[in-house]
Design a binder for this molecule. Structure first.
Ligand code: ADP
Ligand code: MG
Length: 459
């Protein structure tokens, strides 16, 4: 491996780590893990995927992001090319370029609208509009604020607009929606970029001794949006620069929109004066989704896809995938892609099959310790009695229930379970499991207790 290749490999491994964080383990393993680094030619890096389907999917879903990450990570790269590489039985790889047949989304991003500061800002994703944002209790306030800013930027009380919330809940979506709406409406200049990109640009400007230009550019926009501001924690110089830009813009009556994963007051590690100023306008949080919102989002996305998704399937997904909208959307997209690819309808069975790995990852993993704690609490005994030698009924029965639930809810073997209960023998566990099962058929109140515990533990 030449030093240049080694450098590329380092960049690539950092980009992969980054992507994994952004999209989550499951989505990463499903779609991105199989990408193999190809050569860098001039300013174009080639990434290889084993099948056409995967290539098209990766290009559609992650193409822009891959391009951004590469540009941020490695100054030599300006374009990303995705290719299919099959390796039939170990023969020399067959490389099939995507260029000839269709325009490559990644390599040739459409020219941005003239109003967008393309020299500085990232392009806005046309899919992230107000129309495609599904509003519900957890996000209605943030949505209303975003709309308000898009209608009337720089209104007193709404500048800056600070959006915060967990990963994948729609912050970036709302920011892009604000940007698109403003650009549609007329002659404003909008600059949107991640805090990371802001830093990268800033450093690049210092290196090329063009900080003045950088500042002037930034300070000439009507609306500046900086996404994921938490990235600037610990990056003191960049924070300082952002603070000055921020002040200059607000003083000049321009609008600032910022997103972060925490509220200004909780962003410890940001300079106090910056936090104070960030909190001066409108602070809107996006809460975790509710079941109702998840259903509405699935309905909207399924409808837009044109694939019929049964209500039962949507309910199933909304129950199972509660972490964030990005994962929910990822699961639905995979179902839709699968249905389109094989021309088969989406059913509960096909869903379980297609999403097998995702669903497994989302199954709450109950630990034996958790079971012991809950059961002990329920019958008001001491946790230590789960592993003690005491045989009094008041202690022994709950202990048996805990063993029973451990067998039902975890994948631990009988000997493993026995060990967690004060090194008991596996036959003791086996006896407990059958005893509890038997009791449940004869004692309705007892059965109800056990069922209740099971439901609580399953979450
Ligand atoms: P964040 O920036 O908060 O991490 P994103 O804005 O990137 O989250 O959202 C993740 C994905 O979920 C995007 O594809 C986005 O379109 C989608 N999404 C999030 N919230 C909603 C919503 N309320 N309605 C429709 N799509 C949503
Ligand atoms: Mg985001």
């Amino acid at each position: 491996m030449s030093p240049a290749d080694a450098g590329l490999a380092v960049h690539w491994s950092r980009i992969r780590d980054r992507l994994k964080l952004e999209v989550g383990e499951v989505e990463y393993a499903t779609w991105l893990k199989q990408i193999v680094l190809g050569p860098l030619e001039e300013d174009e890096i080639t990434l290889l995927l084993p099948t056409r389907f995967l290539r098209d999917w990766v290009r559609g879903q992650y193409g822009d992001r891959l391009q951004q990450l590469w540009m941020v990570e490695c100054a030599a790269v300006r374009r990303v090319e995705l290719q299919v590489q099959r390796q039939p039985g170990g023969a020399s790889p067959v490389v099939e370029s995507s260029r000839a047949e269709e325009p490559a989304v990644v390599a040739e991003a459409p020219a941005p609208a003239p109003e967008v500061r393309s020299d500085l800002a990232a392009p806005l994703d046309p899919r992230f509009t107000f129309d495609s944002f599904v509003v519900g209790k957890p996000n209605e306030f943030a949505y209303a604020c975003a709309r308000r800013v898009a209608e009337k930027p720089s209104s007193p009380g709404f500048n800056p607009l600070f959006l915060y919330g967990g990963v994948g809940l729609g912050k970036t979506h709302l920011m892009h929606a604000i940007g698109s709406e403003l650009l549609r409406g007329g002659r404003v200049s909008v600059a949107y970029m991640s805090a990371e990109k802001f830093m990268y640009r800033f450093i690049a400007a210092i290196r090329s001794q063009s900080t003045m230009e950088f500042k002037e550019h930034l300070r000439s926009v009507d609306v500046l949006m900086i996404d994921d501001l938490q990235f600037l924690i610990g990056k003191d110089n960049t924070q300082e620069e952002f603070f000055h830009t921020f002040n200059a813009l607000v003083d000049a009556g321009r609008q600032i929109v910022v997103s972060a994963d925490k509220s200004p007051s909780d962003l410890s590690g940001l300079e106090d004066r910056l936090r104070t100023r960030l909190g001066c306008g409108m602070v809107a949080d996006i809460h975790a989704t509710t079941f109702e919102l998840r259903i509405s989002i699935l309905e909207a996305k399924a409808q837009a896809s044109g694939v019929a998704v049964p209500t039962k399937v949507m309910e199933f997904l909304a129950h199972k995938i509660t972490s964030n909208v990005r994962e929910l959307e990822g699961a639905l997209n995979r179902l839709i892609a699968h249905a389109n690819l094989f021309g088969r309808p989406v059913t509960l069975e096909s869903t379980q099959e297609v999403l097998h790995d995702i669903l497994k990852a989302h199954d709450r993993r109950v630990t034996i310790e958790e079971i012991q704690r809950k059961v002990a609490e329920h019958w008001n005994i001491r946790l230590t009695d789960m592993s003690s030698a005491r045989r009094a009924r008041a202690v022994a029965r709950p202990r048996q229930v805990a063993m029973y639930l451990a067998k039902q809810l975890t994948s631990r073997s009988l000997p493993e379970i026995g060990r967690k209960f004060g090194n008991r023998d596996h036959t003791t566990v086996m006896h407990a499991v059958s005893r509890v099962a038997e009791l449940m058929t004869t004692d309705a109140a007892f059965a109800e207790d056990v069922e209740l515990l099971r439901r609580m533990l399953e979450g």
